[in-house]
Design a protein around this ligand. Sequence first.
Ligand code: 5GP
Length: 191
Amino acid sequence: MQLLEERILKDGKVIGTEILKVDSFLNHQLDIRLFNEMGKEFKRLFADKEITKILTIEASGIAIASIAAQYFDVPVVFAKKYSGTNMDKDNYEADVFSFTKNTMYKIKVSKKYINKEDKVLLIDDFLANGRALLGLSSIVTQAGAKVVGAGIAIEKAFQNGRLEVEKEGMLVHSLATIVKMEEGKVYFKED
Ligand code: 5GP
């Protein structure tokens, strides 16, 4: 998606060779006009699929999924990383290894919000090693529901996330695919 690629080139900051910081438009300050265009593009990419729910993971996925959900006209559920005392006790859970924090954490979704009839689109900001998507997919499977596919804003194709999730038969569409980051520069996959 050209608009997102241009924005990454303009405002993204490369940290080393593996991390892209996009705090100024995607992860901290949010460019809602851009998110709207991303939502439309996700809808176009998954137009032939029946989708009843979008599942994402807090925190960064929530805004992207919420704006996209307006084009699918379905509810958004987000997996919680930090469950307070008000969280339901009857949850689906999965362990996820965090790429950016280098630790394991648990994600939880109340059993109330995914049921076996659901056809679920997973949405997240980044695809790196695929752990977040695999955790979300495990929750959908535990609920007896079906993963229709995953919509990713930024895929880092030099990490093995796509390989890992495609092993599970997951359909992945990414809006921007980075093949390399070197000396502060980002290189995208050619169409
Ligand atoms: P994965 O689970 O695919 O290994 O990593 C994806 C998750 O890690 C995303 O939810 C995202 O929040 C975070 N992440 C992975 N790589 C990056 C990156 O380069 N930049 C940022 N900002 N987040 C990342």
